[in-house]
Design a protein around this ligand. Structure first.
Ligand SMILES: [Zn+2]
Length: 260
């Protein structure tokens, strides 16, 4: 069973998916849709980084390989500020459309290599674009030596998945704890309502020494006044003594829980 380090009250895993315009290029989208993605590269990411810097928090950015190739200066910026770069597909593919393991393995090689060139290290973590796996994705991740994945939704705590001689740490997620459906796709909540819902989850974790995973996108949460959601979450988390690890730090704790 996962346990937050004893010097903290609960665990808050904050991560960002830096899609920029990768998904739009994969879908051959129109120029306006592409421009909406590019907002992340022009403005959104900078606002997110500034807010993280203000609170002294280091997090994980899940980045498609194509984004690393096309926006290498942003990868450098993220690394220079001490954040972790993990992988998020090559060009934001839907992996459930991959029926052939050979092509999916080729895709993973391309993704790993392009992140490694621009981040300076092989990614240890992975998050599936659209949170969709093929039947082969999990075994490919294990065979490629990933330390952790952050795509599955079957628990409220991090845990280890074992398959034959392989294992991987899972940092589970939830659509309710993602900014995209509420603010971009269905647009059903205002930022203030989203903040209220997320704070409710955080307070529940705080009372139960629990774990919350929040997924955000710089092109979404970085737009206009929405950045205040991130600002208020961080302010509350620091005030209430949350542990805010990177994906790597969290996964290492799951693998070696007795270290403290
Ligand atoms: Zn994504």
């Amino acid at each position: 069973m996962y346990k937050t380090p004893k010097e903290h009250n609960y665990t808050l895993f904050i991560s960002f998916d830096l899609d920029i315009d990768s998904a739009e290029h994969y879908k051959n989208a129109d120029p306006i849709s592409i421009s909406r993605g590019r907002f992340a590269a022009k403005r959104g990411l900078y606002k997110v980084l500034k807010t993280l810097r203000k609170y002294g928090v280091k997090v994980t950015f899940f980045v498609p390989g194509w984004v690393a190739v096309n926006y290498p200066h942003l990868i450098k910026l993220i690394i220079d500020e001490g954040h972790e770069v993990a992988a998020h597909g090559y060009i934001h593919e839907r992996l459930d459309e991959f029926k052939d393991i050979f092509y999916e393995e080729q895709l993973f090689n391309r993704m790993i290599n392009s992140i490694a060139v621009f981040a300076g290290y092989k990614p240890l973590g992975f998050r599936a674009p659209y949170w969709r796996f093929s039947n082969n994705t999990l075994s490919i991740l294990m065979k490629k030596g990933f330390l952790y994945d952050s795509s599955l939704m079957d628990d409220e705590y991090p845990y280890v998945i074992t398959m034959n001689e392989y294992s991987i740490v899972e940092l589970p997620v939830d659509w309710r704890l993602d900014d995209w459906p509420y603010l971009e796709y269905y647009r059903t909540l205002t930022p203030r309502e989203l903040l209220e819902m997320w704070l409710e989850e955080i307070k529940y974790a705080e009372e139960n020494h629990g774990y919350v995973s929040l997924t955000m996108h710089p092109q979404c949460i970085g737009r206009g006044a929405r950045i205040r959601v991130l600002e208020e979450i961080l302010s509350y988390a620091i005030k209430t003594n949350a542990w805010i690890p990177t994906g790597k730090e969290l996964a290492e704790r799951v693998v070696k829980p007795i270290s403290h």
